[in-house]
Design a protein around this ligand. Sequence first.
Ligand code: SF4
Ligand code: SF4
Length: 263
Amino acid sequence: MSFDFLMQNKFFIIMNISQYIETGNYQKALQLVDELIDSNQKNDKILFTKATILYHLKKYKEAENIFMELYDKNKNSGILFYSMALVALELNQKEKAFYLLELAYLNGNDQSIYKIINLLFEKNGICDYANCKESCCKSVVLKGSDGDMIKDEQSFKRLISNPKQNNAWVKIGENKKNEWIFSCNNLGEGNFCKIHNSRSDACRDFPVGILSLKPVCSYYFRLSNELVKFRTKQTLAVVLDILEAYNYKKEKQIIMDFNENIK
Ligand code: SF4
Ligand code: SF4
């Protein structure tokens, strides 16, 4: 087989893998990634893709093993630390996930700081939709299938191509964090969701953290009973600033006291 043929073939396989990932067909994507690996086309990018696919297929231990293999070669990749943290969370390793998120942030992965804040708080309450003056469904930010907020066409397509997801969202703008804001055509009379029982995970999970909470919302957040200690002063300082900006002063003080011995 000629070199050109192999390269062309590899290009088409990679295109197909991207397409399968985009449409949520992770099983098929995994099959193609394995074909590439079996034909000696293994490299770090392909391994990272395989681990990410395994994560989506909920094969967390397998994903973890590959991420560890990559970590041995690359100890300053923000996206790698972030991905490892997502796996650790699924494996109920909260402290490990917390530390990995700190490392991810320190290595340039900004979104990690929001995940850290989410780990510090617990959501309480229920949706009082009938009395809600500013229903979230009128302007909603959505969490994508990778757990991050939707900020681009690709992740939005991935979200709505999952058969379980609602596809009645219409983009109406973007917020300061570049997250897309949607209205929803499934919102019925009295703020009642017309597809309540089959609404998507993104809807069930709302609000995803203190930063997405609307002032009118009947949900509220309180500090987790199982706080995790920070390992780095820098990430602690950033989180404290955010809590100050969002007026969580009491919680800020508790976190400061809890981490007073940080070096
Ligand atoms: S599907 Fe239902 S819960 Fe989700 S945004 Fe639309 S109206 Fe709201
Ligand atoms: S903002 Fe809160 S209370 Fe209002 S509809 Fe959304 S989840 Fe329910």
